[in-house]
Every structure is written in C-alpha cells, then in structure tokens.
Design a protein around this ligand. Structure first.
Ligand SMILES: [Zn+2]
Ligand SMILES: [Zn+2]
Length: 205
C-alpha cells in the first residue's frame, strides 16, 4: 500500500452521526425540516475537523422540473475549521426519478456526487467580498439541505435520456419507437426520391 500524506485537519477527525427524521406527509419540498449540522464544537476548535454523516428519507419531492427525489439521500461531509471559514468537502448519494427527453417516460437515476461547501460565521462576513457563495451562519445548527439540493440539480445532464439509444416517440403519430415501429417514415418520402424511385422501377421517362 502506498503511503499517503494526510492533511493536517484529518489527524484528529472524529465521527458525528446525525439521523434526520423522515420527510413529512405533505410531500412538498419546503426545506423546513432541513438537514442540519451542528458547527458549534468545530467553531471553538480552529484547525480541527468534524465529519458528519446525514441521511434523510424523501417521499417523491420534485426539486426541479421533472426531477424527483426518491428514497434516501445520504451525505458524507468533512468540515475543517480554517480560521475565518469552515471548509467542507463531501459526497452526496441520491436516487432520482427523471423524465426521458425522447420517450417522455420516467426513469430512475442514481447519483454519487462530490461536492464542496464553505461556511462563514456571520461575524466574519466583512472579511470577504459580497459575491462569495458561502453559507453564512449565526446559529450553531446550519441547514445544508439547500446546498445539497442545488448540487444535485446542477449535476444533472442537460438532456435526460432513459438510455443512450432511446428511440423516442414518432413525431408524427406519437408511437413509442422503443416498443414498436410505425409506418409514418415510409409515407413521408421526399418527392425528389419519389422521382428517383420511379426511374429505378422503370416507370420514369
Ligand atoms: Zn427514453
Ligand atoms: Zn409514426
């Protein structure tokens, strides 16, 4: 095994397990329940690190158009206190239901996504430019759900396909071409080819 140099902030890592309650029955994403991590210990320990593991159950929550979050979302996050900031890097694992752009059917899509997030205590805001994308916080509990959702949505491909070779729907009759072919293509022959066909069949001239 190769010897790996561990960054300073990993040397005294310890594990905090936070289990979030299930998503409520309303089925509408509000972010109210949140995915909270408690940064109060880490704030008092510069140059230290805390590891968070969060799991949250979602019951079909639409987080963007035709993007549904299903089942469990798991987040591993390692946050280092670098002084003025808390710098986090982690991984999001989630099950999504997307809609295929070609055949319009819903399909399952699993993601495993690295992500980064920086937390800035409110009193340190003046040290940084306004356009920084930090998560500012003043309470010990910080909700990372908006960051997690945003990272999931931004990671999605511009074109959602249930499979790379999905044949989609016939643009004339709407037949799903993965299941069966239709006859529309034959009827739609370019008139120039029609003339050529006649010549080849000996009908021309
Ligand atoms: Zn498809
Ligand atoms: Zn057709």
């Amino acid at each position: 095994m190769s010897k790996q140099r561990r960054p300073w902030y990993l040397n005294r890592a310890f594990l905090t397990i936070i289990r979030m309650p299930d998503y409520n029955e309303s089925g509408i994403f509000t972010g109210v329940l949140g995915m909270n991590i408690d940064l109060s210990w880490l704030r008092l320990h510069p140059k230290d690190v805390e590891v968070f593991h969060l799991e949250k159950q979602y019951e079909d929550v639409e987080i963007a158009k035709d993007v549904h979050l299903l089942d469990q979302v798991a987040v591993d996050l390692e946050v280092a206190n670098t002084g003025r900031l808390m710098v986090g890097k982690g991984e999001i694992r989630a099950n999504l239901e997307l809609q295929c752009d070609r055949c319009l059917k819903p399909y399952r899509h699993q993601i495993k996504l690295p992500f980064n997030v920086e937390f800035c205590p409110e009193e340190n805001r003046s040290y940084f430019k306004d356009d920084e994308t930090f998560v500012y916080f003043s309470e010990p509990q910080v909700d990372i759900e908006p960051v997690v959702i945003e990272n999931i949505v931004l990671s999605l491909p511009l074109r959602s396909l249930c499979s790379p070779d999905c044949k989609g729907l016939c643009y004339i009759c709407g037949q799903e071409l993965n299941l069966a072919e239709c006859n529309c293509q034959e009827k739609e022959i370019d008139p120039r080819w029609e003339a050529l066909k006649k010549i080849l069949n000996g009908e021309g001239g």
